[in-house]
Design a protein around this ligand. Structure first.
Ligand code: K7E
Ligand code: CUA
Length: 758
């Protein structure tokens, strides 16, 4: 290369730039990266140092991905995707038999539905406060609710709504999680069948379902659940009352015009017809009394489901309407349970309704009239406490730890408005980027919001991130709400769907386990019939069927060879025998579209038909140990009636010297283990549950090594140097694992201030 002046200058610049990046004072970094004081402050407020953890955990809907996204606040680091309505290969969800069964319960009229449009997650509550035990989420596209157990962050149940064709206003829980609320959206006949749109007013219906939740079982009980039959008003979001309003729930609506569109018939389109009136209706329901009516046999069965007819609900005084501002998209009960906040997205106002006033009107029988279905309407004036001008397109509201303080998202203005709902005045506004939908404060829809942070769930990101093609990520913006003025801290791209709503809980309220009881079917929480312990592995054959009962432990799969005949139905049950934290094994057979994620203690099964002769390697899909690549096996499908010709066994040459060398390695390793054990037992290690678990794991590994040591000695006695050397190697495998755990335990003790006791 010819060096001219320009090249030299360029090389010089490159040198200066590289040098500059090595700057190590804060001032240098600020200068070089062009940061402001505010940027640095924001960074310091959100940065979670390596090894440290977040204060809050967020569960965000994953939108069209059909999953839930878990991330920390304030770091905004993604921690997990929980597979819910959509198959997810890493977790084996939809690829093993146990999770397939959960997904299958979400089939609609026998059709497999392999995606979902998740909108609203809800954390289980005790006395209106988040308890961190369960998470619920709905699927708007297909009327379904899922139950996730927060002990293992796995989806345990999907239940389909028998009377809706779609839904939106779920999942919202009542203060003790007795009920999970799910409201329909686009009206349709509750029966399954055809009715022309001309019969919309008579045959089409909305509704709100109250799913009975059995907390001890951790499952929704379908036949104890019921729905209110409601007018075809496009019910939208719901919220349960609390405190003084406990036992009541509220659901708004947005097309009480009951317009059916039909632009192709020359009629104005849906969006015009559905926003013609100045008001829609807030539905006010006494669900506790309704549940008693259902118990007393006042419901009728539609598609096998309890439905409380409108005329019964009206007669029994459990259903009322209140006019609300045009096309609302939020319905939020204040932490004290005294008010219900509704915003009209085609209005600039947010309404604060008083529960007390609503009750007074009901008691006095003071109604302004009835809707076409005979439901009494309480006048807006009689129900309203305050009306506050917030901005253009107000949507959802969340609450602060400070009294009377609320935050409302303002869609058209792309702003968050902070306001006082007792005084009825706006306190602050902050621009967000762009077109905010929901917003979320920490535990912001519980009885005791934690304040501190707010996340704006923005619909559009436009220019905020590096371009990645026409489909942009969504933008979650973290906002500091601890002071009088809101401060924008961080932009987080979310590239997995449109997350509508999110909920955040104090991290220390969650107590997830790190392992299962050995042999657990994690989807039922019961003992898996396919579980076996070490040494009990077997292959059971019957005509046309092969069932494998196997185990996984670093670094082998037992059995290592599975031979079947073409046409066999094969079930492979695998139990992960590990007790160590984070020692997950995966399992797949090449070309068979099966995959399992087998966390410590779990038993998983995969099923396949051996419809193709051939040789199919199987292996562990998690890099679980130094010998992970060797965690392999062969699935052999032989032709029907195949007879093996006699063949010489594989042979390799091993000498006594090979054996002695391997054995010496084992003895040296044992010396290392003994010294580590000496150190651990000289401390107060029993005060550290993490270390106790590691010691148990190491002890188990060493115990598992013993039979191999015996086999080694037996082979050596027979001068079978090949097997003696290989068994010595196997003994060593277990020693290495024990040593590895022991060293981790030692480091942990040193770093966490263990004391010498002997
Ligand atoms: Cu998109 Cu709650 Cu479904 Cu508002 S929802 S934004
Ligand atoms: Cu187990 Cu890799």
């Amino acid at each position: 290369m010819k060096l001219d002046g320009r090249t030299l200058v360029a090389a010089g610049l490159a040198f200066v730039a590289a040098d500059a990046l090595a700057a190590d004072t804060l001032q240098d970094v600020i200068k070089q990266r062009g940061l402001t004081q505010q940027d640095v402050l924001s960074a310091a407020k959100t940065y979670v140092p390596t090894g440290k953890r977040d204060e809050f955990i967020t569960f965000s809907s994953g939108g069209q991905s059909g999953s839930v996204i878990v991330y920390g606040v304030p770091s905004m680091r993604i921690l997990k995707y929980i597979a819910v309505f959509t198959p997810e290969p890493w977790q084996g969800y939809g690829f093993d038999e146990e999770s397939k069964k959960v997904l299958k319960d979400g089939n609609i009229a026998g059709r497999e539905i392999t995606w979902g449009d998740t909108h609203h997650p809800a954390i289980s509550e005790t006395n209106g406060a988040y308890d961190g035990q369960f998470l619920f989420i709905n699927d708007k596209a297909n009327p379904r609710i899922a139950v996730i157990d927060l002990r293992d962050f796995e989806t345990k149940q999907i239940i389909t709504n028998p009377v809706y064709k779609n839904e939106h206003g779920g999942a919202f829980v009542t203060p003790n999680t007795d009920w999970v609320i799910e409201a329909a959206q686009y009206a349709a006949p509750l029966e399954n069948g055809y009715f022309p749109l001309e019969q919309f007013n008579e045959k089409y219906r909305g509704g709100v379902t109250y799913w009975k939740f059995d907390r001890a079982k951790g499952r929704i009980v379908g036949d104890q659940s019921f729905s209110f039959e409601l007018p075809p008003y496009s019910q939208d979001l719901s919220d349960a009352g609390k405190g003084p309003s406990d036992g009541w729930a509220f659901t708004n609506s947005f097309c009480s015009e009951r317009y059916v569109g039909g632009i192709e018939l020359g009629r104005p389109p849906f969006e015009a017809g559905c926003s013609a009136k100045d008001t829609d209706f807030l539905h006010v329901m006494n669900y506790k009394k309704a549940a008693e009516l259902v118990k007393a046999g006042k419901a009728k069965k539609i598609n096998g489901h309890n439905v409380l007819p409108m005329d019964v609900a009206v007669k029994e005084g459990v259903l009322f309407l209140v006019p609300e501002p045009k096309s609302p998209h939020g319905c939020d009960v204040t932490p004290d349970g005294k008010s219900i906040i509704v915003s009209g997205k085609l209005d600039t106002h947010t309404m604060v309704y008083s529960f007390e006033k609503i009750q007074a009107a009901i008691k006095a029988g003071k109604f302004e009239g009835k809707d076409p279905y005979g439901i009494p309407i309480i006048s807006m004036k009689d129900a309203l406490d305050k009306m506050v001008e917030i901005g253009l397109g107000p949507l959802h509201t969340q609450f602060d730890s400070k009294p009377c303080t609320a935050y409302t998202s303002v869609y058209v203005d792309s702003q968050v408005a902070k306001w006082d709902y007792c005084q009825g005045k706006v306190l602050d506004k902050l621009s967000v980027h762009y077109n905010i939908g929901h917003l979320m404060t920490m535990e912001g829809d519980s009885v005791n919001p934690k304040g501190h942070y707010l996340v704006a769930l923005n619909k559009l990101a436009i220019d905020r991130f590096n371009p990645v093609g026409p489909l942009h990520p969504q933008n979650h913006q973290l906002i500091d709400i601890s002071g009088d003025k809101m401060q924008l801290l961080y932009d987080m791209p979310l590239p997995l769907g449109e997350p509508h709503y999110a909920v955040a809980i104090k991290a220390d309220m969650l107590k997830p386990g790190v392992r299962y009881k050995v042999g657990t079917n994690s989807r039922t929480d019961e003992k898996h019939p396919g579980m076996v312990r070490a040494g009990e592995e077997k292959i059971v054959r019957s005509p046309g069927k092969v069932e494998v009962f196997g185990t996984l432990i670093r670094s082998h799969i037992t059995p290592e060879i599975i031979e079947v005949e073409k046409g066999d139905e094969v079930t492979i049950n695998l139990t992960n025998l590990e007790r160590a934290e984070d020692e997950t094994h995966g399992f797949t057979i090449s070309g068979m579209n099966v995959h399992a994620s087998v966390e410590p203690g779990k038993t998983v099964s995969v099923k396949l038909k051996a419809d193709r002769e051939g040789v199919f390697p199987y292996y562990c899909t998690e890099f679980c140990s130094a010998l992970h690549l060797e965690m392999q096996g062969y699935f052999l499908v032989k032709p029907k009636g195949y007879k093996a010709a006699a063949a010489a066994a594989q042979k390799a040459d091993y000498t006594q010297a090979d054996y002695e060398k391997q054995k010496k390695t084992c003895i040296d390793t044992q010396a290392v283990i003994d010294s580590v054990v000496g150190y651990i037992t000289s401390t107060n290690f029993k005060d550290f549950p993490e270390v106790v678990a590691m010691v148990e794991d190491a002890t188990e590994q060493l115990k598992a090594a013993e039979p191999y040591k015996a086999k080694m000695e037996e082979a050596a006695k027979k001068q079978d140097w090949q097997n003696a050397t290989l068994w010595a190697g196997q003994w060593w495998q277990y020693q290495v694992k024990a040593a590895d755990i022991g060293l981790r335990a030692k480091t942990y003790l040193e770093q966490n201030g263990a004391k010498k006791v002997k």
